[in-house]
Write a protein that binds this ligand. Structure first.
Ligand code: NAD
Ligand code: TYD
Length: 357
């Protein structure tokens, strides 16, 4: 790795990864290409030192010639592809941008990478790494074993279907053209700089504002949660030691229900920022998400046994750190929530939940 293109590096995981890579790979040139949609914000990177080996470029991965020129101009040898539309609820309300960015956009990035790689004199030093999700595997019953890398794909939302399509395209470029790829499928992330449309930051911010804490349906859906820094470490390891053409599952090895997560957040807030009544009194069950996946669980034996990775944060300490981070970064929160039609999204998603169906 010398010249790394990170797509979507102004979003939640991408910005944490840019920071992680700058810290851990002092000789790399990092190019961050991001369209700065509602979910991408340069404020997520405002603490970066002004250094020559980091460049930000605003642009859309759906624009093939722009992506191709960027790869050529910066002599990219490693592409780490985060850019995506990432929120399931938005994919239910408006799937079109998910098809464009996640499928057509990924195709463009792959094709541009293929052009660069096929002309390269140093083919062995090229890599396309694709960031994907556990949601491509579908929904588990409570007694089902966790997803492994060979669990058949069974996506059930427009978001997960578009990510599944992108995974298939990435594998097709490996098998058909020999493009050196790796893929990671990760469970739900949480941590600093997550846009407050996702469960954990939304609950923290609503609680701080004394608003209801919306829990979809019975709140007994199960997710596997991973602290974002652990995800960054796993991606870095797969880049360094992963086998070409392979997929690695990444997860936090925990199985809380949503209502348990919400109660944990309330307890941390009761301790760190006590209010007149316990925050849990704000919990409100609201109509369920259509097609809501009941349970995700990740079997991470492969990355553990082959690459020696396992998560460093427990759910309790990761969640506490996250609550503390949001409490000490209220300026970031205020800025993010004052932009990007954030309030419009809240109105659309929470005031008209039954109409979404
Ligand atoms: P995010 O929504 O916070 O960030 C996405 C970024 O992509 C934003 O900066 C946005 O501006 C950029 N982007 C969107 N469309 C673009 C386009 N057409 N061209 C260029 N840039 C564009 O997402 P995230 O939570 O950081 O997720 C990053 C990746 O990780 C995604 O591929 C997602 O599917 C995957 N993933 C996320 C999670 C999770 O829990 N958040 C879990 C597993 C996998
Ligand atoms: P989310 O953070 O949107 O991630 P994903 O849908 O990709 O898993 O949601 C996590 C879980 O929390 C999911 O089961 C939906 C649920 N949820 C709520 O109960 N209330 C909310 O307001 C949100 C945003 C999510």
């Amino acid at each position: 790795m010398k010249n790394v293109l990170i797509t979507g590096g102004a979003g939640f995981i991408g910005s944490n990864f840019v920071r992680y890579l700058l810290r851990n790979e002092p000789d790399l040139q990092i190019i961050n290409l991001d369209a700065l949609t509602y979910a991408g914000n340069l404020e997520n990177l405002s603490d970066l030192p002004n250094i020559e080996r980091y460049t930000f470029i605003q642009g859309d991965i759906c624009d093939f010639s722009f992506v191709k020129q960027t790869l050529e101009k910066y002599q990219i040898d490693t592409v780490i592809h985060f850019a995506a539309e990432s929120h399931v609820d938005r994919s239910i309300v408006g799937p079109a941008s998910f098809i464009q960015t996640n499928i057509v956009g990924t195709f463009n990035v792959l094709q541009a990478a293929y052009n660069t790689w096929s002309k390269s004199e140093n083919k062995n030093n090229f890599r396309f790494h694709h960031i994907s999700t556990d949601e491509v595997f579908g929904s588990l019953f409570s007694t089902d074993p966790a997803f492994t890398e060979i669990t058949p794909y069974d996506p059930r939302s427009p978001y997960s279907a578009s990510k599944a399509a992108s995974d298939h395209l990435v594998r097709a470029y490996y098998h058909t053209y020999g493009l050196p790829i790796t893929i990671t499928n990760c469970s739900n992330n949480y941590g600093p700089y997550q846009f407050p449309e996702k469960l954990i930051p939304l609950i923290i911010l609503n609680a701080l504002q004394g608003k209801h804490l919306p829990v979809y349906g019975d709140g007994k859906q199960v997710r596997d949660w991973l602290y974002v820094e652990d995800h960054c470490e796993a991606i870095h390891l797969v880049l360094k030691k992963g086998k070409l053409g392979e997929t690695y599952n990444i997860g936090g090895e925990n199985q809380p229900t949503n209502i348990e997560i919400v109660n944990m957040i309330c307890k941390f807030l009761d301790e760190l920022k006590p209010a007149s009544s316990p925050y849990a009194s704000l919990i409100e069950h609201v109509p369920d998400r259509p097609g809501h996946d009941r349970r995700y669980a990740m079997n991470i034996d492969k990355i553990k046994n082959e690459l020696g990775w396992s998560p460093k944060h427990t759910l309790a300490n990761g969640l506490r750190e996250t609550v503390e981070w949001y409490l000490s970064n209220i300026d970031w929160v205020n800025l993010i929530t004052s932009q990007n039609n954030y309030q419009n999204w809240l109105n659309k998603n929470y005031q008209n939940r039954e109409e979404i169906k």
